[in-house]
Design a binder for this molecule. Sequence first.
Ligand code: FAD
Ligand code: EPU
Length: 347
Amino acid sequence: MSIESVSLKHHNTFALPVNAAHLVLADRIELMLKVWQQTQKRQMPLPLLVLGEGSNVLFLEDFAGTVMVNQLKGIDIREELDTWHLHVGSGENWHDLVCHTLQVGIAGLENLALIPGLVGSAPIQNIGAYGIELKNVCEYVDLLDLFTGAIDRIPVAECGFGYRESIFKHQFQTGHIIVGLGLCLSKKWRPMLEYGDLTKLDPVTVTTSQIFDSVCAMRRSKLPDPREIGNAGSFFKNPLVNAEKSASLISQYPGMPHYPQADGQVKLAAGWLIDQCELKGYRVGGAAVHRHQALVLVNADNATSQDVVALARHVRNTVASRFDVWLEPEVRFIGVMGELNAVEVLS
Ligand code: FAD
Ligand code: EPU
């Protein structure tokens, strides 16, 4: 199905009032290839943006080209002696997949409950929450090369997964579409109980549904539901600083949350830094810093893209002048012709 000049308000969880020249709902790989070829045939090729549920994007303005919404479905489950192997169409909803696996008795995705978006978007920033990242359960990513029509299977070791990072944000950012995801879940389930309220659960008796319920409760208490108030989750990434910088901040702020990493860097909590600047509830136009979680920027009242950008710039500059730490957006910034460098937009 193709719609000419259409509102994207229901295709971005910020609910910003932006439009695209064309919108295509793509439920087949052949259709994806056909749409791509049509955009390329023109004398001035039109930009193409593949979209899941729009829960990690900020449209800065109307999009001049075609937005293709991924609707590739299907879940195949294969059982081996010690493991379950899942092959999932990239257009399946992530949280529905988590629920489905738990319903059929497959453990391992419970900590990743309630993350908005599609399965195919999960590898792009290596989604993570409550002690687990996608890379811990991913086996491979199937990637469609729009130039050749070939589908390459990228094994997990070659996906370049890191904190909110993967190769899909870099060399495969254009001209490629994630069409499938392979997951490998061990039957020897080990609960991951290191984060927040999960530490209160008994590791001996705990069940997957207790973890699922606890994760959902923690998320609901902090994070606004995009169906009620527009947002894209954490707007910024948690910053990584070197040990020296971290030690200097801890001596000034002994209560500062900090998470030493295997490579010697230290991850700081961007939400804490913003909160310390007393920015919770701070508004620019219709955009605001969320009152329960300072890392989330919300569309409080008919915000425009410009409101969100001006608010993000203010938050970033305020944190930098107080802590000398520059936050980088996690959210992907989309301009009239495609993705822009978010740090450059805010600088
Ligand atoms: P979209 O926003 O539609 O797309 C994101 C980017 O990927 C875009 O650049 C798009 O062009 C590209 N893209 C999408 N699909 C494809 C494809 N098939 N092939 C190639 N490129 C593609 N994230 C976390 O990691 N952990 C959390 O705990 C978390 N909590 C959140 C809570 C809330 C309330 C919200 C709103 C967001 C949260 N997020 C979290 C961010 C978001 O859920 C994830 O980034 C999610 O994976 C985005 O999925 P999506 O389908 O909405 O992607
Ligand atoms: N904090 C404050 N004030 C705030 C927010 C946080 O002091 O307003 C403090 C908390 O008390 C805690 C620390 O900062 O000590 C970290 O906060 P929280 O546990 O809420 O997690 P986060 O670092 O803000 C990250 C992810 C979330 C993920 C949660 C749970 C990033 C950028 N964000 O948030 O992912 O759900 O951990 O694992 O890594 C997303 O990516 O969109 C997202 C929501």
